[in-house]
Design a protein around this ligand. Structure first.
Ligand code: 0WD
Length: 254
């Protein structure tokens, strides 16, 4: 039972039990979904396997989105396992830590390309593979941040990557809509995760959000997770190309 009963989904980007992807996986499982996880490299494999077990989820292999062959392999495995798929959750981003502080203007070409490849293009690369396994419609969700819309201290090239990611949500939604594949993003408020700890002054940003958001607090991975579960469910069947803020309302004041 649950709003995702009978649905099968791939969750990409679990690094540990603080990951937003983990919050989404828990909520999706609670709502009845059957899940599969990818991991990035052997170090994360050891973390992801026990987490997958907790949710009776499959582990469908190593995926480094900078290597298209590993994306192909993972979707081949999903095809072998299930034949088709109902949703994919993309929780993947990267920038060199040294450039998540100081000025955007100092971004190097190398880190710009790598950040855009991993944080933006990978969602399109995944959509290409997912489309082939979504004969009956489906749903794709990615994670973005308010730094795509407004300047934020230290977010730098990630803000530019997220702006491109949000634009790609709209283009993918238009391309895949005729196949009843919905494409949406959640713009999450700041949450202390591994990736976030690389951002300069992150604790200050958390505190600032606590003081200034309408709900006077930050959000949890459980809250982001439950919104994602709703987005990939049939309850959200009329929504695509949307950027949904789960940020305690910060976007109305910031
Ligand atoms: O405040 C936050 N934490 C927010 C995060 C606010 C709003 C949005 N987000 C976004 C992030 O930008 C990201 O897109 O949510 C998504 C998930 O991030 P997270 O849960 O905050 O961070 P984390 O638990 O670190 O997961 C991100 C994972 C990587 O972890 P690490 O920390 O090891 O880089 O992205 C994956 C990896 O598992 N990842 C990759 N996966 C495949 N191929 C790659 C890659 N090349 N690079 C990173």
């Amino acid at each position: 039972t649950g709003i995702l009963a009978g649905k099968r989904g791939l969750v990409m980007g679990v690094a540990n039990n603080r990951s937003i992807a983990w919050g989404i996986a828990q909520a999706a499982r609670q709502q009845g979904a059957e899940l599969a996880f990818t991991y990035q490299g052997d170090a994360l494999k050891k973390r992801v396997e026990p987490l997958a077990k907790e949710l009776d989820a499959h582990v469908v292999g190593h995926c480094d989105v900078t290597d298209g062959a590993t994306i192909d392999a993972v979707f081949e495995e999903v095809k072998r396992l299930w034949g088709s798929i109902d949703f994919v959750i993309h929780c993947i981003a990267f920038s060199d830590k040294d450039e998540l502080t100081g000025r955007y203007v100092d971004t190097t070409e190398g880190n710009f390309n790598k950040s855009l490849l991993i944080s933006c293009y990978s969602f399109t690369a995944i959509a290409q593979r997912a489309e082939k396994l979504m004969n009956d419609g489906g749903s794709l969700v990615t994670l973005t941040y308010y730094g795509a819309e407004k300047w934020m201290p230290h977010y730098n090239v990630m803000g530019v990557a997220k702006a491109a990611l949000e634009a790609s949500v709209r283009y993918l939604a238009a391309d895949l809509g005729p196949k009843n594949i919905r494409v949406n993003a959640i713009s999450a408020g700041p949450i202390k995760t591994l990736a976030a700890s690389g951002i300069g002054d992150f604790r200050y940003i958390l505190r600032w959000n606590e003081y200034n958001s309408p709900l006077r607090r930050t959000v949890t991975i459980e809250e982001v997770g439950e919104t994602a579960a709703y987005l990939v469910s049939d309850m959200a069947r009329g929504m695509t190309g949307e950027i949904l803020h789960v940020d305690a309302g910060y976007h109305v004041v910031g």
